[in-house]
Write a protein that binds this ligand. Sequence first.
Ligand SMILES: C[S@@+](CC[C@H](N)C(=O)[O-])C[C@H]1O[C@@H](n2cnc3c(N)ncnc32)[C@H](O)[C@@H]1O
Length: 254
Amino acid sequence: MSGVAVDSSEKPDAAIDHKAAIAHWSNVSADNHGVLGGYPQVSRVDLQGSSNFLAKLRRKSTIHKPSTRLSRTVDCGAGIGRITAGFLSKIAEVVDIVEPVVQLTKVITEGDQFKELRKQGRIGEVFNKGLEDWTPSHQYDLIWNQWCLGQLTDDQLVDYFQRTKDKVTEGGWIVVKENMSTDPEGKDIFDPADSSVTRSDGKFRELFKRVGFKIVATEVQRGMPKELFPVRSYALQVKMKLGMSSYKTATKRK
Ligand SMILES: C[S@@+](CC[C@H](N)C(=O)[O-])C[C@H]1O[C@@H](n2cnc3c(N)ncnc32)[C@H](O)[C@@H]1O
């Protein structure tokens, strides 16, 4: 959740080493403390913020109205399924999981907290791989990516986004919720601790544009500790499939 600016490289993502990242995440405790970098207390405000963000999107949608559960969603870079347990399972019938570290997904596949969801068949497929190696095989109403996209290089991220484009149902969303770089020159910041990059808002927008994603809503998470990076959520839709009828208002930037 923290990092240091690396000014020796114009491309901080070039320093990403997947093996080092997996080694780091395999060594954290399989709980909120471990997956939230020692800030388990942010989970509550984060989940409430995500729930509000999606509720606002759904109130404007003529396809995925708030009154019904979404069919299938996927929690990407899910860790121990914190977001699945506290948010996604409440708004969707089935949640798939993508997470490379098996020790973390054991909480979802074997832990008591997920017993009822497993019994009800509401935990779908669990893919133990990095997003750079994952190709969605289902159609999703919502693809949720949070605090994990910094593990991919810019090119890997663009390739991954390209693979999701045909896998979102009409009127569905890809959500990206990530830390924002606070570098005064707007550079991305490499964090050697988990071998990830923290991107700037400008970089995210540039990458979304490259793939043909339209930002239909974006907002900054409120109530996070001051010493942490600001966190921004983006709701994205594929330009070609947007179907403006599914949206009552245009992009709003806060
Ligand atoms: C900061 S934790 C966040 C976990 C979860 N998204 C949450 O908010 O509770 C980062 C997660 O990204 C996972 N991760 C590491 N490399 C990844 C990759 N290449 N693709 C997807 N996830 C990755 C880690 O194993 C870890 O579970």
